[in-house]
Every structure is written in C-alpha cells, then in structure tokens.
Design a protein around this ligand. Structure first.
Ligand SMILES: Nc1ncnc2c1ncn2[C@@H]1O[C@H](COP(=O)(O)OP(=O)(O)O)[C@@H](O)[C@H]1O
Ligand SMILES: N[C@@H](CCOP(=O)(O)O)C(=O)O
Length: 309
C-alpha cells in the first residue's frame, strides 16, 4: 500500500454533434467520480442508482482498465480499492464508458507514479473506446476535434477549444438503454460519395461555426447522413425532433453519441420553454418515458485530488 487515495472527477460528454461522427466531442457539467487506492485486497464499490448492476469485482471496467495501465507500465498489478459514482446515466449516449475509462486511467496512472503523460493516457482511452470523441472531451473538457492516429499507439491528433458563450443544452434522456455496440452495428460498411461529401461539408461548417460562435449556423451545420438516419429506427421520436427542433426553439439538434439521448442546443429561456413543450409532445406521442436535463459545457476536463493517508 502506498498510502495515497486518488479521487478523479470526470465530465460526461456528448459525441458527434450530428455530422462529426467519431470526431467531435463536447464535455458537460455532469460528473462521475472514481476513487482508487492500492489495498491488500480488491474491493469495488459502485455508489448510487446510475451504477447499479455494474460488476463489483475484478470484472468491473474500472478495475480492468486500471490493471491494464499497471501492466503497460511494466509494473505488478496491485490489489485496488475502487469506489465510483455517476451523475450521468449509463448506456444512454452520454459517454459513461469513456468517462469510466478516462477516470480509471488517470487514477491508476497517479498510483503507478505517473509513468504516462496526459497525451499518452488519451491515446490509451481512444484505443479502448475505439474512437477519440468522448474520451477527448472527458479528458480535456470543452469541445474536441480529433481523429484516430494513423498508427496505433501514436499520439491522437486533436484540437480543443471552448464552447461558444451562451450555448446551453437540453438533453432528452429516454428511460431505455441502448448500448453503443448495438447502435454501431446498425451502421453500413459502405457509404455513397454524395453522403460522405455531405458530412465533410457539414462537419467542417459545424466546427467553424462553433469556433467562431456562429450559433445561427448550427441548425444547418448539424445535419448528418452517416449515422443518425440508420440509428433512428432504434430511437423513437428522433426523426421528428431532428426535423422540427429548429422550428421549436432549438439552435440545432442531434443524437447524443450513439443514443438514445437526444440533444438540443438553445440559448434563451424563451427558446427552452418552446423546446420543452415540443419535446414532450413528441416523446409522449411515442409513449416513451424520458427525463430532461439542462447542461452547461464543462471547460476543465478530468480533475484530480490526491489524499495522503
Ligand atoms: N463507472 C463505471 N463503472 C463500471 N462500468 C462502467 C461505468 N460507467 C460505464 N460503464 C460501462 O460502460 C457501459 C456503457 O457504455 P456504452 O454502451 O458505450 O454507453 P455510454 O453511452 O454510456 O458510454 C456500461 O454498460 C458499463 O458496462
Ligand atoms: N462516435 C461514437 C460515440 C459513442 O458515444 P456514446 O456516448 O454513445 O458511447 C458513436 O457514435 O458510436
């Protein structure tokens, strides 16, 4: 035992923002916490309703990721006391797996004596997630534009910038779960040139609009042809919300990550009121139980506190 307890706070995230499939992410002020220390035997405590049902032994994702880090650092895998909680619901498209992976990597790295830099931890998180969007936003906060490295193990190329002033998000979280794996399995293997060109244009416009605070362009720029049209069959109400959100108060709307959460950007109380009534009509029309949250962007990314015993 090295007498140190590491407490890591990680923001939840949304990925894609419409057209930026596997490339764009944004962090929210909605947090999960991972506490970890070296112990004489492994314990995994999952606190709160959101983490109910996750394993409480060495099969837990947090333990597995931490163990992998010690191994990659060439160190013996220690027994670990792990405690976690999450404000974000799991399996809903708010980046819980990326937050868990980032949290476990950052905590374990501290316990291991910091063998890896933040950039190297980001590469590991990206490798584990299979895409850099949520992992980057959880790690660095703000908005992340990133792509997979050409060679596995190379640094992940990314740019981080702050969310535009005044941008607020209404997230519509259906009660049902949808695993990212299931929502990736419905995507085609091959796309037409027209659809690819469409997304290149829209994603590029979206990044430029976000970087320059051009909220007026969001509605146009957030349109997507690579994943939302295929995932819509898994998310009742998605197509109506995407089609009509801007007529009902939103600056723009998208599926959050792989869904089923839907996000609507807005910037005033008046827009929010209209949007809430619209969303309620659509979700009730599909008989879907849901909750909403109003989230602000997180600008800090993962935060670490070290407690000496
Ligand atoms: N704090 C956590 N501890 C353990 N496992 C977690 C934690 N957070 C998320 N997970 C795992 O990640 C899975 C959800 O990942 P995923 O399907 O990608 O959805 P999400 O959109 O929430 O990332 C959960 O079923 C669980 O296995
Ligand atoms: N780009 C990924 C993002 C998955 O995000 P999650 O929050 O649903 O895990 C995808 O669209 O599959």
């Amino acid at each position: 035992m090295n007498g140190r307890r590491v407490k890591v706070t990680i923001p939840a995230t949304t990925a894609n923002l419409g057209p930026g499939f596997d490339a764009l992410g944004m962090a929210f002020q909605l947090y999960s916490v991972v506490e970890m220390e070296i112990s004489d035997h492994t314990t995994v405590e999952m606190m709160g309703k959101e983490l109910q049902g996750t394993p409480t032994d060495k099969n837990n994702l947090l333990y597995k990721v931490a163990a992998g880090l010690f191994q990659e650092a060439g160190l013996a895998i220690p027994e670990l006391a792990i405690r976690a909680s999450s404000e974000a619901p799991l399996t809903r498209g708010l980046g819980s797996s990326a937050a868990a992976i980032v949290g476990a990597l950052v905590a374990a790295n501290h316990l291991a004596g910091e063998p890896f830099t933040r950039e190297q931890l980001f590469e590991k998180a990206t490798r584990l997630e299979g895409h850099p969007d949520n992992a980057g936003a959880s790690m660095f906060g703000g908005i992340i534009v990133a792509t997979m490295p050409e060679v596995p193990g190379d640094p992940v190329p990314y740019v981080r910038f702050s969310a535009p002033a005044g941008l607020q998000t209404l997230v519509v979280i259906p009660e049902f779960m949808l695993s990212t794996e299931k929502a990736r399995n419905v995507l085609p293997q091959v796309y037409s040139r027209e659809d690819v060109v469409y997304n290149v244009g829209h994603s590029s416009l979206l990044v430029a609009a976000l970087a320059q605070g051009r909220l007026d362009l969001m509605g146009r720029a957030m349109s997507d042809r690579l994943h939302q049209p295929y995932r819509a069959k898994l998310v009742p109400g998605l197509n109506e919300i995407l089609d009509k959100a801007t007529e009902n108060g939103a600056l723009g709307a998208a599926l959050s990550g792989a869904g089923p959460t839907i996000l609507c950007f807005f910037s005033s109380d008046e827009e929010l009121e209209k949007l809430r009534a619209f969303v309620d009509r659509v979700m009730k029309g599909h008989d879907i139980s849901y909750r909403v949250m109003i989230l602000q962007p997180d600008e800090n990314g993962v935060q670490v506190e070290i407690h000496q015993r």
